[in-house]
Design a protein around this ligand. Structure first.
Ligand SMILES: *[C@@H]1O[C@H](CO)[C@@H](O)[C@H](O)[C@H]1NC(C)=O
Length: 354
């Protein structure tokens, strides 16, 4: 009887693991292969070699690009020094990235920038919020951008228990923001277990100096976050659930779920076209390839444009697809007028004219 019970327990355990593995495989879209779909006017951006994980663009065409991310479970070819913020002026004829100087006293060596967000204050002061992982911990660095000087003045470092797995950030005032935590656990091994078991414990947190609290939860892996041009709706990309959540943002800053749009791919950062309100999403066509980098089987790039997301029938268009032969590991696609900038987790950046 004892042996029979052991066998039964083992049988159940194997079945459960098998079921989890299948569902994990599905979340990673391991068998997904796409035909390339190119745009006619694209070139790799000179000077960006080690990633361009997130991009945010000011109304005057200045694009901020975070580069040099090193993150557990994510490929990096970056040298053993700090990451950078690049600036590209899309109003110029041949925009080139320029590395922004950071004010003295800031620890450049451990700067490890991830999601970024710009906030322009009423007095036109420009603030840049940056999720950074110094020594693989997580903080938010707040800077003021000084345009005359191409520099960032460091204002403060924000660290909080509710931000330990912060990935992307959305500034809503000079000192407050929403951020996504892409997992519940910050320890790598537990993070993998969380992913493998398919737990939906990832969330969105609101931070202000007076109040920090969870505003939405139940994501498999909340990643990109952004806001509609009128400030009424917040969009959150769930990377492992292959969809975009739309929330209504109330005056008291709480979020009410409005709808979920399935898009069938691993959605990373979300950028907004300020003119049309369209969402532009940098996506990983195949999660296995981005998570387990293999130079013989490169992670590709997929860029989606989502129009009329609030309507009953939003239009989702695959604007650009590459198998990794041009650009690998896409994490963001941001537009400014006729410009499309495609950024990556660890690879280069692509500049296209639409
Ligand atoms: C915030 O405002 C919304 C809409 O008015 C309301 O439903 C919700 O209960 C409020 N939440 C808090 C925490 O006050």
């Amino acid at each position: 009887m004892g042996k029979l019970l052991t066998l039964a327990v083992l049988g159940v355990a194997v079945a459960l693991l098998g079921e989890r593995l299948l569902s994990f495989w599905h979340r990673l879209a391991v068998s997904r292969e796409l035909e390339p779909k190119r745009l006619p006017n694209c070139h790799l951006i000179k000077g960006i070699e080690y990633g361009s994980e997130d991009i945010d663009i000011l109304p005057n065409g200045l694009a901020f690009i975070s580069s040099g991310l090193k993150y557990p479970g994510v490929k990096s070819f970056a040298p053993d020094k700090g990451g950078q913020i690049f600036l590209m002026d899309l109003k110029e004829d041949n925009p080139r990235p320029v590395e922004l100087r950071i004010s003295r006293g800031f620890d450049l060596a451990s700067f490890n920038p991830h999601g970024i967000s710009i906030y322009v204050d009423n007095d036109d002061a420009v603030y840049l919020f940056v999720v950074s992982h110094p020594h693989y911990k997580t903080v938010v660095e707040l800077f003021q951008f000084i345009e005359d000087d191409n520099s960032l003045v460091h204002l403060k470092t924000i660290k909080h228990d509710l931000l330990e797995r912060a990935n992307d950030i959305l500034a809503v005032s000079p000192e407050s923001f929403y951020a996504t935590n892409d997992h519940y656990f910050s320890e790598t091994i537990l993070m993998y277990a969380e992913m493998f078991l398919g737990l939906s414990w990832s969330n969105v947190v609101y931070y202000s100096p007076n109040e920090v609290k969870e505003m939405a939860s139940g994501f498999y892996s909340a990643n990109g976050i952004n806001i509609s041009p009128d400030g009424k709706y917040i969009y959150v990309a769930d990377l492992l659930d292959h969809n975009i959540h739309v929330f209504e943002k109330h005056a008291n800053l709480s979020l009410t779920p409005l709808k979920v749009l399935p898009v069938g791919t691993l959605v990373d950062n979300i950028a907004i076209d300020p003119r049309s309100g369209d969402l532009w999403v940098g996506c990983h066509p195949n999660g296995l390839k981005i998570l387990f980098y293999d130079p013989e089987n490169l992670p590709g790039t997929e860029v989606l444009r989502i129009q009329d997301i609030l309507s009953e029938k939003p239009t989702v268009t695959q604007v650009y697809i590459d198998d990794g032969s041009v650009i690998q590991g896409c994490s963001v696609a941001a537009v400014y007028e006729k410009h499309l900038l495609i950024g990556t987790v660890f690879h280069r950046g692509l500049h296209c004219e639409l």
